[in-house]
Write a protein that binds this ligand. Sequence first.
Ligand code: NAP
Length: 257
Amino acid sequence: MTPTFRVGLRALLSGDLLKDKVAIVTGAGRGIGEGIARKLAQDGAIVICADVNETDATAVASSLRPAGIGVRLDVSNASECDAVVKDAHDRYGRLDILVNNAGINRDAMLHKMSDDQWHQVIAVDLTGVFFMTRAASRIMRTAGSGRIVNISSASWMGNIGQANYAAAKAGVVGLSRTAAKELARSQVTVNALCPGFIDTTMTRGIPDAIREQQLAKIPLGRAGQPADVAAVVAFLASDEAGYITGEVINVGGGYIL
Ligand code: NAP
């Protein structure tokens, strides 16, 4: 066993994989973001739970061990993004991990999609990732280290009724790969995760017939859980994943096969 592998295995077993790391998770008030916040804390990170719903963010943060911090953040607002990143850095003197998870959907067939439906989804799901990545990259470049994990979606490859969402999530892939190239010289890694069908509020609103169709497309035979996504995020956020960057990783039970 190589020394690196042995250290990594010990950290995995002891829950210390992310010990003393400082992480921001957007959209951490519920769903996948909450699952990611819980997993990062379980692995030893101090987690800033940022969500447009401050009550949810605070509730999740205070239930973490080690306890995190809940903050209100609308990722579509550049100055709020800058302030949350600055506050984290001022408070802890470092920012190791950024998970861009906040997202919304406003589904409609293309010919019926309103301007608002288009703009809202692009503002949160794409521009929000840009604002947060830009703010964090300034700190991580100077530090010479960092991990950015962006939550895209299997829909980035195209999905009926989701022109806005697919465009935003495809944009996240392009943004992630570009950021990976730009930040590699500073040892900052950037990867995109593409969940398939995960059991959260976002998917619980889908009509039963469509839900059954989606579930039937999953070779592993079940909807994903936030913990399925969180496990991959935690690994990508760790020191062990330092040689993985610019990847687009599906977490969908074989959904795209
Ligand atoms: P969710 O259950 O709807 O949770 C999303 C969270 O983000 C909510 O707490 C929401 O707050 C928050 N949020 C919404 N707009 C925000 C903003 N402008 N700024 C900050 N926070 C905001 O969704 P989810 O299923 O966990 O999805 C999380 C991410 O995974 C999204 O990027 C989504 O596109 C992606 N994804 C999900 C699936 C899936 O099957 N669920 C599949 C692929 C990708 P409110 O409570 O106020 O709404």
